[in-house]
Each structure stands twice: as C-alpha cells, then as structure tokens.
Design a protein around this ligand. Structure first.
Ligand code: DI6
Ligand code: FE
Length: 406
C-alpha cells in the first residue's frame, strides 16, 4: 500500500461535479484545505491557473463518517453466528462464555502490532468506500494495559491511514471474568484507575458504557459518567438496545454526544435527547444480525427533530459489517429512513455524534479537504445499490486517497 503521505495532493480546482441535488458544483483545494465551494461559473479569479481535476459529472458528497465502531479486536466469532443460526439468542451466547468476553480473551492475547494489522485490513474496506472520519472504541481489553493497547492502535490507525479517528473509552463494556460477581469493584477500577490513566495519556476523546441487563446498570453507568465529567470528557451511551433501561435520559442529563442502538427508547428518552441536543445513532447492522424485531422509534425521533446518525457498529459479535453504504441501504429498508435522512446520517449527523461538527460531514471551507466523487447519476443510488462500491475518487485530508488518481 502506498504510504498515505506520498499519495497525490488534491490541490487545484475540481470541476464537472454535481451536488447531492444534482446542481453543478466546483471545489477549490490549496495546501490540502478546502478553500472554496460554489457554482462553476463563480470560481474566484485567483484559481484561473490552478491545476484542474475534471470530475466528469461525478456526484460529490462530504467524506463519510462512521460514528460507532469497535474496530480493534483480536480474533473473530463466526462460531457464534453458527450458534445463533442453531437457535441461541445473543444473551444465551453471552451466558455460555461467548460474546464480548470471547473477544476479550483474543484481544488480550494479541500484540499491539497484530491488532494494528487486523484493524488496518478492516479499516481499508471502510476507507475505500469514502469514510474520512471514524470512531474507534476500546472495550475488548477490560484491563488497563489491554484497553491502552486498543486505544494506541486507534491512534496509530489515524496516523498511518490519514483518517480522522475519535477514540472512545468503553472500559464498561462487559464484566471481565476476574471480576465475576464484583461489578461494583470493576466499575470502581474503571473510574479510579483506567479512565484517568488513559485520559492522561491523551488516548481518550469520549467515554461510553454498555448500559443493559447483560452489562452495566443505570447506577454504574452514572458513576462512569461522573468520572468522565470530572476529567472534562464527553459521554455517549449504548442505550436501550435490548430493553428500556432509562439510559438515554441519564445520558442526556450528562449532555451526551449520542445515544446509540435505542431500539427500546421511550418517549421520555426522546424528549430528554431533544432537549440536550443528543444525536440518535441507528445501527441497522446489529438489528439485522440479531434478527431484532423491535424497531427504533424513527417516526417519534423525526417528529421531535432529534438528529439521526447511521453507523456500522462494526464489531465481531453483533455487526461484522464493513460497508457504511450497506448500512445506509438497511437504514432505509429496515428503519424506513428517507434517502436524504440516511445520507445525513452518515455525514453531518454522524460528525455531530463525534463532536466533529464544523470540521467533518459537510463540505467545510477552511478545513482539511474530505470529499467523495461517486459514479452515480443521482444521490438515491447511494442507498439503492448494495454490494456495489460506486466510488470514483476519495479526497481525504487533502490527498487523493482512494480510487481514480490515487
Ligand atoms: N453492543 C453491541 O452491539 C456490541 N457491544 C455493545 O455494547 C456487541 C459487541 C460484541 O458482541 O462483541
Ligand atoms: Fe456498539
């Protein structure tokens, strides 16, 4: 693979583009920064001699944002897929020693370099499809050194692949086996030792908890949120995935960036999220894999004006998905999002779920250039095809990173 830093510069004038509505668009990039965007007839005079990149009619969107992933882990869990096919539920698999703790074992055994190598392969799939910013959670280490290893890999991925990575500490993902029956003690460790140490090392951009019957209670979740608040870190939550725990309302009280999954979200939770400006992150890959039947309350979220993001939730148990466009398709087909809603869900609303509004998810003049040229006639095709990758070119961090010209 060509090192990111030696990929061609995207500097110059990009012409022959169409925006999501099909209107002609030109973009101007200098020193890797998007300097101007507008109608082709209105290009400022200073760009007359710039190098021209002919978009040849391509549709252009902002770089995609995958705002919820567990990308760094050891091993894989295809065996559980088979167990579920034979009738076991996700909760039964977890109780039988599989589930998250199976990935914890494999992650603890893996070296940092091995984790970097396997995550790089997965990341390459997402990048080739136009992802320019991604969240990576810890949560498969569940001990200081192994959580550190996961988060360090996330930082290395950003550097090596030229992609914006937001790290999320998810030490409260599952109870590690050595703490069986001592959930309170583990949470104490998360709050007093792991989180402060990792935050001090600059490895934590946000803090998440899996608040669920099979994971951590509302009270434990709040203890972690308090620890995050004390360190000035934003929070997000795996909320109401399998049951209504009241997690979304709690997260909203802590000004959460996002509440994710939310199949069982109540009206009170929706109101709290609206008031707090919390993004609802929809994860159709997990819904699909678990053959869930409880749909997230899309109509009520829409009615309340809560911004909805869409993400892969890439993880080895419930969503081994490596295509964000497939998630767009599923969000439309399974959750009945409109195409513009689903595309906002993987661009501007996803950026907001990571606190990246103003720098990612829109064509932001003055920021590092991140945009994708697509070989499609209309924006609806981005949701309509599945299993196709209609990317022509990805400009990421001001370089021609993928596709034609890379
Ligand atoms: N919710 C999920 O869907 C994933 N984690 C979580 O908190 C599942 C993770 C796994 O099964 O490994
Ligand atoms: Fe998740």
């Amino acid at each position: 693979m060509t090192p990111f830093a030696s990929r061609p510069s995207a500097d110059g004038l990009w012409t022959g583009l169409r925006d999501m509505g099909g209107a002609p668009l030109a973009l101007a990039v200098a020193d890797g920064v998007l300097r101007w965007a507008g109608e082709p007839g209105a290009v400022p005079a200073g760009w007359a001699d710039a190098r021209v990149h002919d978009g040849a009619g391509a549709l252009v969107t902002p770089g995609l944002v995958d705002c919820h992933t567990h990308l760094v882990y050891g091993g894989q869990r295809a065996n559980e897929f088979a167990m579920r096919l034979a009738g076991a539920s996700y909760e039964e698999v977890a109780k039988a020693g599989g589930g998250i703790v199976a990935s914890v074992r494999a992650t603890r055994e893996a070296s940092e370099d091995a984790l970097f190598a396997s995550a790089s392969v997965r990341l390459a799939n997402l990048l080739a499809e136009g992802v320019c910013a991604i969240e990576v959670k810890s949560g498969y280490g569940l001990a200081l050194e192994h959580e550190r290893k996961q988060l360090r890999v996330a930082r290395r991925l950003a550097e090596a692949h030229g992609v914006t990575v937001r790290t999320t500490f998810l030490g409260a993902h599952a109870l590690p086996p050595e703490y069986a029956g001592r959930s309170g003690d583990y949470i104490e460790r998360v709050c007093r030792e792991m989180l402060p140490a990792l935050a001090a090392e600059g490895l934590v951009d946000a803090v998440d908890v899996f608040c669920e019957r099979i994971a951590f209670s509302l009270e434990e979740t709040e203890r972690v949120f308090q620890a995050a608040r004390a360190l000035g870190l934003p929070v997000k939550l795996h909320a109401e995935q399998l049951s209504d725990m009241g997690g979304a309302a709690l997260a909203a009280r802590y000004g959460a960036l996002s509440c994710d999954h939310i199949e069982h979200l109540s009206q009170a939770g929706i109101e709290a999220m609206r008031a707090a400006g919390t993004v609802a992150v929809l994860l159709p890959g997990a819904f699909y894999t678990l053959r869930d039947t409880q749909l997230p309350p899309i109509a009520a979220l829409r009615e309340a004006g809560v911004p909805m993001a869409v993400s892969t939730d890439h993880n080895p148990g419930t969503s081994p998905a490596l295509s964000l466009l497939l998630m767009v398709n599923m969000a439309c087909t399974l959750f009945r999002l409109t195409v513009p809603e689903a595309l906002d869900g993987v661009t501007r609303h996803a950026a907001r779920a990571l606190g990246l509004q103003g720098t990612h998810g829109e064509l932001v003049v003055g920021q590092s250039a991140n945009f994708v040229l697509w070989d499609v006639r209309e924006a609806a095709e981005l949701a309509y095809w599945f299993g196709q990758r209609p990317v022509r070119t990805v400009v990421r961090q001001g370089r021609i990173a993928e596709g034609e010209g890379a």
